[in-house]
Design a protein around this ligand. Structure first.
Ligand code: CA
Length: 262
């Protein structure tokens, strides 16, 4: 099974931590809640709760994960209807699930919002998700650079989030696990403070998943800590190559790396 480490912190400026995370046996995710009066933590906790309920099911399929996200969206809308002060609460969610596709185990990467999933393999860090944010659209259109996006005044404006009617569509990517790969799931409190080069250096330099997670949160705080920061680090052990033959079924879908629209 994959091994993982996780860390989260309020940062140095915010008064509450509205991020939530889940580290299950087969589902790993980060949710970054937004909303007035700290309602963001309610929204992010609701989506994490739905993902936790998937538990350690070894027959998990992509549709189960997507259904959990849709149920979380309904939960958030119901909570807003049921309590004053929760108006406008919403959350991102980004993560990784170990699912069955074509009889073999595959990773499902899913994303709504501007939390991210990265993959580190042989020292190269690749962003697996596309942000659903105004600044991502500006970068995509060539109007601002990645660096400018990190300090842009509208960097927090999402174009897709959980807690909307109609429900948002999650981006998904499916591909087979690879022995020795490492994933990072993080909220924008990390990527707003650290460049991808810095993140890659920490992930490449620290073999222990928990120490790598702690080090990333410490580095984000040292760089300013202007937002809540949450990271989950997942390693696919080298022993993964010893999986049963069906898991390496060459006839199973062999998707390419995700297309990231930027
Ligand atoms: Ca955030």
């Amino acid at each position: 099974m994959p091994v993982c480490g996780a860390a989260t912190g309020t940062g140095l400026v915010r008064v509450a931590n509205e991020d939530s995370l889940v580290v299950g046996r087969r589902v790993f995710a980060v949710a970054d809640g937004v909303g007035g009066h700290a309602a963001g933590d309610v929204a992010s906790a609701l989506v994490v709760s739905r993902l936790r309920r998937l538990g350690g099911r070894c027959d998990l399929e992509p549709a189960d994960v997507l259904q959990a996200l849709m149920s979380a969206n309904a939960d958030i809308l119901a909570a807003v209807r049921g309590a004053a002060g929760l108006d406008g609460m919403a959350t991102t969610v980004a993560g990784l699930g170990l699912v069955r596709v074509g009889g073999a185990e595959h990773w499902l990467v899913f994303n709504i919002g501007d939390s991210r999933v990265y993959r580190l393999m042989s020292g190269a860090l690749v962003r697996m998700t596309a942000d659903h944010s105004e600044v991502a659209e500006l970068v995509s259109a060539g109007r601002i650079t990645e660096e400018q996006a990190r300090s842009h005044p509208r960097r927090n404006v999402l174009t897709r989030s959980l807690g909307t009617d109609p429900a948002p569509i999650a981006d998904t990517w499916v591909f087979p696990p690879d022995a020795g790969e490492r994933f990072l799931i993080c909220s924008d409190g990390l990527t707003g403070e650290l460049t991808e080069a810095r993140i890659a250096a920490v992930l490449s330099g620290e073999p222990d998943v928990q120490r790598a997670a702690d080090e990333l949160v410490d580095a984000a705080n040292a760089a300013g800590g202007r937002d809540n920061v949450t990271v989950v680090v997942v390693d696919v052990p080298l022993s993964w190559a010893d999986r049963p033959a069906d898991a390496n079924d060459r006839t199973a879908p062999r998707p390419t790396l995700p297309e990231v629209s930027r």
